[in-house]
Unconditional design. Sequence first.
Length: 62
Amino acid sequence: MKASEIRELDAAGLRQRLVELRREQLQMRLSQATGQEARVHRHRELRRDIARVKTVMREAAS
């Protein structure tokens, strides 16, 4: 998800997106631990998407 797309969301949308990303990250960790996950590159993408959302939330708060 691009930062410009994230900036279009309101505060509630940002919180919801953050929850969704963290949930997906947890599911990927669990599936990788059991040896079922094949898309290991997605971990990096998720981590960066979470950082983008948190950055936009911080910008909006100030």
